[in-house]
Design a protein. Structure first.
Length: 287
């Protein structure tokens, strides 16, 4: 999802010459506009979100648009992002569902003249489609998030303020902790990625599995850790024609082998175990 792109934006911003605030522009230079627009589109071998495949390991087309207003240090921003998905249908929540559309807004910027940066905001995940009556639940989710970045390292917390978090009922207070390193290897265009995350669920969905006469809590059924190792490469280093094109790949896995995320054979609701280790490759263009 877009959340990882937000973290990467902060890390990338810290490495830009624009953060050398002591530098002054030439006297005859035109004033820089405080408005900026960016867009991105990418082709992925699958859509991985918080360690879990959202497309049953099928390819995904993803893209988004962002607007930012520079306040003279911090920037206000709004944006939207979308991808094809299949997990709501695969998991028996929707009879038809193929789209995730995210909307977000926040403020980000450097912390003084240090190597630290911050990013705080609100994120709405929208999943249109037809919910299966009684047994299904809408996947729409609202989160508040806060990020602290230092050079190539970020720590981010997403906190659910909706009572239904990714189709899990009674789950307000669910959170996701994300620690990510995106290390640039000199001026080669190569970036090394390492990530660890914890998806921690709250509450108890009355549809959860019953064990020994007791309904499992959302924590017991859905909480898990995930991790990622990978790399990206700036294709503009090869040719100017490929400027702003990124080639990347990463391996992801998680430990959530419970009945919520297991395969049918494991007693779960999905065709395959979403938590198995898997490799993803992608090609992305930024405008």
């Amino acid at each position: 999802m877009k959340k990882t792109l937000l973290a990467g934006t902060v890390v990338a911003a810290l490495s830009l010459p624009g953060f050398a605030l002591a530098q002054s522009a030439p006297a005859d230079a035109a004033p820089k506009s405080p408005h900026s627009f960016t867009a991105n589109v990418g082709l992925f071998s699958q859509y991985i979100f918080r360690g879990l495949t959202q497309t049953n390991r099928d390819p995904a087309v993803q893209g988004g648009f962002d607007y930012a207003y520079d306040l003279g240090g911090p920037s206000l921003y709004v944006g939207t992002w979308a991808s094809n998905i299949s997990w709501l249908h695969d998991g028996g929540q929707y009879s038809s569902s193929s789209l995730e559309n995210d909307w977000y807004a926040g403020i980000r910027g450097p912390i003084g003249k240090s190597d630290f940066a911050y990013d705080v905001g609100f994120l709405y995940y929208y999943y249109p489609g037809t919910v299966i009556p009684t047994v299904g639940e809408k996947g729409d989710t609202q989160e508040l998030y806060g990020l602290i970045g230092w050079k190539w390292l970020t720590a981010k917390l997403n906190y659910s303020v909706s009572n239904k978090t990714f189709a899990v009922r009674d789950s307000s207070g669910t959170y996701y902790l994300d620690i990510t390193a995106n290390y640039p290897v000199g001026d080669t265009g190569l970036n090394l990625i390492a990530h660890w995350g914890r998806q921690k669920y709250s509450g108890t969905d009355p549809r959860n599995v019953v064990v020994s006469g007791r309904i499992l809590s959302n924590d017991e059924q859905y909480t898990y850790d995930d991790w990622k190792l990978g790399a990206t490469y700036d294709m503009g280093k090869v040719s100017d024609v490929l400027k702003s094109v990124t080639l990347g790949g990463y391996y992801t896995s998680s430990n959530g082998s419970n009945s919520g995320y297991g395969s049918f054979a494991q007693g779960g609701v999905y065709p395959r175990n979403l938590t198995d280790g898997t490799f993803t490759v992608f090609l992305q263009k930024t405008f």
